[in-house]
Design a binder for this molecule. Structure first.
Ligand SMILES: [Zn+2]
Ligand SMILES: [Zn+2]
Length: 135
C-alpha cells in the first residue's frame, strides 16, 4: 500500500490525506456506532495526529462515553458525514471514520469490540480478536 491515501466526505466539502498506515483498525458493534454508521457496526482507524491532514469546515459534537471520557465527533459542516472522533484529553490520537478513503483495502479490522451489542445475523470472521465491551 502506498501513502498518502485521499479521503473525503459524501459532498466533498471535507477532504483529507492519510499519510501513514493506521496503528489499528477496529470494528465497533455498540449501539452508538450502529446509530452513527446506520449499519451493524462502525470502523475506526487509529492514527497519530501527524499522520492525517484535514481540509474543510467541520462541526463538533461531544458526548460522555461509558468510560467517562469525552468523545468529541467532527463532521462535515455541509453533508454531516462523520469524519473523526477524538478525546480532548488525548488530542494526538485521531479515531478516523475511514469509509471515505479512496482505497479501502486497508480497512481490515483486527479486532471487533462491543460484540455484546452486535446484531445476531452478523457472524464474526475467524481469526480476529473479540471483546464483549471496550477492551
Ligand atoms: Zn460533506
Ligand atoms: Zn461503538
Amino acid at each position: 500500500m502506498t501513502y498518502p491515501i485521499e479521503g473525503s466526505c459524501q459532498c466533498g466539502g471535507v477532504v483529507y490525506q492519510l499519510l501513514a498506515e493506521p496503528q489499528i483498525i477496529l470494528a465497533c458493534h455498540c449501539k452508538e456506532c450502529q446509530k452513527l454508521s446506520t449499519s451493524a457496526f462502525s470502523l475506526t482507524a487509529f492514527v497519530d495526529a501527524d499522520d492525517v491532514v484535514f481540509h474543510g469546515e467541520m462541526t463538533e459534537w461531544r458526548r460522555v462515553a461509558e468510560s467517562g471520557n469525552i468523545s468529541a465527533a467532527k463532521s462535515c459542516a455541509t453533508c454531516g458525514n462523520r469524519i473523526y472522533h477524538y478525546n480532548p484529553d488525548e488530542p494526538r490520537q485521531i479515531k478516523l471514520k475511514p469509509a471515505g478513503l479512496s482505497d479501502t483495502r486497508i480497512l481490515q479490522p483486527t479486532a471487533h469490540i462491543w460484540v455484546s451489542e452486535k446484531q445476531d445475523w452478523y457472524t464474526l470472521p475467524a481469526g480476529v480478536k473479540v471483546f464483549e465491551k471496550q477492551p
